[in-house]
Design a protein around this ligand. Structure first.
Ligand code: KIV
Length: 279
């Protein structure tokens, strides 16, 4: 059965943890759906883990659309959230509405927007008024990496925690159905979670959030440029890939692949004719 926002919010109301994982392609989305995660995020982290960009700033709406369509084809029954890439929102409200529409038409049920400045808050209201579900994202917001000066934990002081809570409340009032808290001390995330009435989804924000999200390539051990402290590896797919490709390479060179069981054959009659032609 297709997962809906009502189902996600029911988990929150019943105090059950919400699971979310990123996916960017058909097969991984299919696996995430089979594993029964509650939500799939087509994160703009795809810029780094799928496209090899240094950060998420260069990700385009067109790229988000392509990957969202692939995820939707693999996970038609899942609740899919797609990231609004850098500057596709927060500049011009009508453009934001149009851009969010592209991702919704690609198969997402909701979009995620980083930050909570006045312009973003105003645009979130417009999106929700137009029937587009929105998720917020506070703490370390990767699209603002240049402003932060690197991958840095956010909300480390009392005042900064209060400011994050204020932003979370503004997002809640604007109509977001949940908010991602990234790289935030556990105590701050816990305080924010207790003081708002929408789910918080943590990534590097401790265990008190209403749910958790991980980048699938970190979880699977497929992206190895660096592993953040908060990212638990549940597999080592990169190593498995290298080993498998090495074995293939060796077998091609030693002529052990393709062996008989991987070959197609002509009928004996045509085969003999070809042999005869070659004499
Ligand atoms: O792009 C992404 O994968 C994200 C998660 C880190 C929450 O925004």
């Amino acid at each position: 059965m297709k997962k809906t926002i009502a189902g996600i919010l029911k988990l929150y109301q019943e105090n059950k943890k919400i699971s979310m994982v990123t996916s960017y392609d058909y097969s991984t989305a299919k696996a995430a759906e089979e594993a029964q995660v509650d939500m799939i995020l087509v994160g703009d982290s795809l810029g780094m883990v799928m496209l090899g960009y240094e950060n998420t700033i260069n990700v385009t709406l067109n790229e988000m659309e392509i990957f969202t369509k692939a995820v939707y084809r693999g996970a038609t029954q899942s609740f899919i959230v797609s990231d609004m890439p850098f500057l596709s929102c927060g500049v011009c409200a009508s453009e934001t509405l149009k851009n969010a529409g592209v991702l919704i038409k690609a198969g997402a049920q909701a979009v995620k927007i980083e930050g909570a400045n006045d312009k973003i808050i105003e645009e979130i209201k417009i999106l929700t008024d137009n029937g587009i579900l929105v998720m917020g994202h506070l703490g370390f917001t990767p699209q603002y990496i240049n402003t932060f000066g690197g991958f840095k934990i956010q909300g480390k002081t009392y005042d900064k925690t209060m400011k994050m809570l204020e932003d979370a409340k503004k997002l809640e009032e604007a109509g977001v159905f949940g908010v991602v808290l990234e790289m935030v001390p556990q105590e701050s995330a816990s305080y924010i979670t207790k003081n708002i009435t929408i789910p918080t989804i943590g990534i590097g924000a401790g265990s008190a959030c209403s749910g958790q999200v991980l980048v699938i390539d970190d979880l699977l051990g497929r992206y190895c440029d660096f592993t953040p402290k908060f990212a638990k590896r549940y597999a080592n797919i990169y190593e498995t890939m290298v080993l498998a490709i090495k074995e293939y390479n060796t077998e091609v060179k030693s002529e052990n692949f393709p062996c008989e069981s991987y070959c197609f054959h002509l009928s004996e009659e045509i085969s003999n004719k070809l042999l005869y032609d070659n004499k």
